[in-house]
Design a protein around this ligand. Structure first.
Ligand SMILES: [Zn+2]
Length: 498
């Protein structure tokens, strides 16, 4: 092992393509979870949060070299910044400029009645598309360290990562740009003194060594367009913060920078998860518990895991985290394995949906919804803003999915294209009914992934450590994919019947 008495400094800009939420753990006057800020009110990303995403990306991409990863990262604690055992130091990243603050609402919807769940309304404070200064220090680097750090930087550079809260519902998608690396060594006296005295560093740019091959992950991106149905009105609940707008009691969710309304990723995730549950129950009619209802407070996987005696015992016996994670996966239904639950990270992510054309909005009266209970306020008429949108575009991202999960996605896309889905508020009144059109499907995989032998396209390109290809839009109808889809659906049935 080569060991160097030096310090490696890596800097860059974390540029967010979506809003970001990193919770302070505190409630605000009207917000359930406020953003983490310095004493002077500056938004920042704690080093421990950045460490967490590095570690997550390392674990996703190098399952086979976990030993090296643990050596490099030491044991990063969830809270409390840098751990002594780690040679890698993630500095807190501070926001560039002021940052525009916003907020996101969530309503938990009951599957059986399609109505809001009482008391399940919550809101998050966000900062809209911010950028942050990134700095990472590795002391006494080993050669193997960069074998791990380089691909992670590449992943971040390619925008294949998200940071912070509510990632699966579209928040926190980030790209690391302007990456620069410098080595500071006591043996290069001039450079060392410049660094000590003036914090002056001569940096070099960062480029990937494309000859290296890594990992066995995959990454899929589905770009789609939504078209509104004949009702022509789309209604998305806004913050409900009083006094937010003088023009209406309730306004649409808007991008603070452009003033245009958008559909939060959460409003897409909910209906698609519900449809995926229907598919699983359809494939296994004999077992009505084959897919859980996440809002069921007695029988959801989250509740099952929380009450599991076996997991409690494993924790008491200080069992390896990996073993506990395996048990949690075992107790989760197929839907939770893809969409996540309180204990399992989601593998499917929904970005916000934007309309890039001119927008027309109007106001209508509707029965008011209580902000705190989610129920209708008796007799209260509500003045609300609705939008007519023509060109809504969104993305679905899938990370490291298995064959059976790809089978489920194929089913889901077919259902989505064949039928209307309803999104947003006022579904039962007929609002938010729309059709989807798949615009572009990009598959990326590392050499060890199952996709390697399943992709039937010729125009495969290299992107970072991934092979990438854009699928033909109607791949579901293509003869050459028949065999692959057949296999994926068989894998899905096996998983469901297990
Ligand atoms: Zn479940």
């Amino acid at each position: 092992m080569d060991y160097k008495a030096e310090r490696k400094i890596i800097t860059g800009k974390l540029i967010f393509e979506t809003a970001l939420h990193i919770g302070s753990g505190e409630e605000g006057d009207w917000i359930d979870s406020t953003l983490i800020k310095t004493k002077d009110g500056k938004v920042f990303i704690p080093g421990s949060t950045i460490a967490g995403i590095f570690r997550e990306l390392a674990e996703e991409n190098f399952k086979n070299s976990m030993g090296d990863i643990y050596k490099l990262f030491g044991t990063i604690k969830e809270v409390g910044g840098v751990n002594q055992a780690s040679r890698i130091i993630f500095c807190d990243a501070f926001i560039s400029g002021e940052g525009k603050s916003g907020y996101r609402n969530g309503v938990s919807i009951r599957r059986d009645t399609l109505t809001s769940q009482v008391g399940a309304l919550f809101s998050l404070e966000t900062v809209e598309k911010p950028s942050f200064d990134f700095r990472l220090i590795i002391d006494n680097p080993h050669d193997e360290d960069m074998n791990i750090v380089e691909p992670i930087l590449t992943e971040l550079k390619s925008g294949r990562a998200a940071i912070g809260g509510d990632k699966s519902r579209g928040l926190g998608w980030v790209r690391l740009s302007s990456i620069q690396i410098a080595d500071i060594s006591p043996s290069d006296l001039d450079g060392f003194v410049d660094y000590l005295v003036e914090d002056k560093i001569s940096f070099q740019g960062f480029s990937i060594n494309k000859d290296k091959t890594y990992g066995n992950g995959n990454y899929m991106e589905i770009e789609y367009a939504l078209m509104l149905d004949d009702m022509n009105a789309l209604l998305i609940i806004s913050s409900g913060i009083p006094g937010f707008s003088e023009n209406a009691d309730q306004t649409l969710v808007r991008d603070e920078t452009t003033g245009k309304f958008f559909i939060p990723g959460s409003s897409i995730k909910g209906p698609l998860r519900a449809q995926a549950e229907r598919i699983i129950r359809f494939l296994n009619m004999n077992n009505k518990d084959s897919a859980c209802d996440p809002t069921d407070s007695d029988r959801s996987c989250s509740v099952k895991i929380k009450n599991s005696e076996e997991i409690k015992r494993m924790k008491e016996e200080n069992k390896d985290g990996k073993e506990i994670a395996n048990k949690i996966r075992e107790l989760s239904c197929p839907i939770c394995k893809l969409f996540g639950n309180g204990y399992l990270a989601s593998k499917i992510f929904f970005t916000d949906v934007y309309d890039d054309t001119s927008q027309t909005t109007q106001k209508i009266d509707i029965v008011a919804i209580d902000r705190f209970t989610g129920g209708a306020l008796e007799g209260a008429k509500f003045n609300t803003e609705v939008a007519t949108a023509v060109n809504l575009k969104g993305r679905i991202i899938l990370k490291d999915i298995k064959e059976w999960q790809a089978g489920l996605i194929a089913f889901l896309l077919r259902d989505w294209m064949m039928s209307d889905i309803r999104i947003g508020f006022g579904k039962l009144k007929g609002y938010g009914r729309c059709k989807v059109d798949l615009e572009k499907i990009t598959l990326s995989w590392q050499d060890g992934n199952w996709l390697k032998d399943k992709v039937k396209e010729d125009n495969i390109s290299k992107s970072g450590f991934y092979n990438s290809v854009v699928l033909e839009k109607d791949f579901l109808n293509l003869k050459r994919y028949e065999e692959t889809l057949d296999r994926l659906v068989k894998k899905l049935k096996d998983e469901v019947e297990r």
